[in-house]
Design a protein around this ligand. Structure first.
Ligand SMILES: Nc1nc2c(ncn2[C@@H]2O[C@H](COP(=O)(O)OP(=O)(O)OP(=O)(O)O)[C@@H](O)[C@H]2O)c(=O)[nH]1
Ligand SMILES: [Mg+2]
Length: 262
């Protein structure tokens, strides 16, 4: 079986990191790479363009005209990857916080059916965040605990951005309106997966702090995440407004219909 996997990397001003990341990722077998760049003023997009030919087309780029948020960049990348019929579609940051060497374990977890979504987790046994001061850990663990309690998630690291999705699950996820942008985007994707009955597995990773380039996440992204989690909790657990089908049942229906047609 030809395994087709793709990792999406959103970038904004990652010129100091992108070459190292792409070089490392190209060592992984059966993997294509899609960078979604928001017209980075530091020329990240141009550097990625050069990799297109150097990599025999394994590296591709989608460019947006201006900085328009992490969530939108991922949704743009997902649409492209789903159209290209990849089997496993991954998310990863460009700043080397996510070790490319940990990616195969996430992809394998999905291929082996351990999860429909595999999350590279900092907060399970074996997971590490060696560079963070205590206050940053506290904020991140606290945010995760809040999301877990309010949304009923059984996940320790719902804000993590190092992930692999079964593409059929992803196809169902993106049929829902997805509003959030930063940490909230990862929580929203996790929450929809949970509500669709997707199986989530956490794989321990070591998350390093970025060494080069600047962070794009500010306080407004934290406020967005807390506000959205609170709203989803009220909407779904108090008012019971949203209804989600189970994605695998829907999947079976599609398969059966296809069977009848042919
Ligand atoms: N295309 C695009 N990429 C973005 C945008 N904002 C952030 N990114 C990318 O998303 C990834 C994560 O952003 P970071 O700034 O590293 O956010 P963070 O990891 O929460 O913050 P640090 O821990 O300080 O690095 C990086 O690859 C960024 O370049 C955006 O608006 N558009
Ligand atoms: Mg980062």
């Amino acid at each position: 079986m030809n395994m087709r996997n793709c990792v999406i990397i959103p970038t904004y001003n990652e010129a100091e990191n992108i070459n190292v990341v792409l070089e490392a990722l190209l060592k992984i077998k059966d993997l294509d790479i899609l960078v979604v760049d928001d017209n980075s003023p530091d020329g990240t997009g141009k550097m990625v363009e050069e990799w297109k030919t150097k990599s025999d087309g394994r590296v591709n780029i989608l460019s947006r005209t201006e900085k328009n948020g992490l969530g939108g960049a991922y949704l743009y990348g997902f649409a492209h990857c789903l159209n290209e019929q990849y089997e496993v579609i991954c998310e990863m940051d460009a700043d080397l916080s996510h070790d490319p060497e940990s990616l195969p374990a996430l992809i394998e977890a999905v291929h082996k059916g351990k999860g429909d979504l595999a999350i590279g987790s900092r907060y399970i046994e074996g997971g590490q965040v060696p560079d963070w001061p205590i206050w940053r850990r506290f904020l991140s663990v606290g945010g995760n605990l809040y999301a877990r309690i309010i949304l009923g998630l059984k996940v320790n690291d719902a804000t993590a951005g190092f992930r692999a999705y079964n593409s059929e699950l992803l196809r169902r996820i993106v049929q829902n309106p997805i509003k959030a942008d930063g940490y909230g985007f990862q929580i929203e994707m996790t929450y929809i997966t949970h509500n669709l009955g997707g199986k989530i597995v956490e794989v321990p990773i070591c998350f390093r702090d970025r060494v080069r380039g600047n962070s794009k996440m500010g306080m407004s992204i934290v406020v967005e995440a807390i506000s959205l989690v609170t709203w989803w909790g009220i909407r779904d657990r108090v008012f019971r407004r949203r209804k989600y089908g189970k994605w695998q049942e829907n999947q079976q229906m599609v398969d059966t219909n296809n069977g009848r047609k042919s």
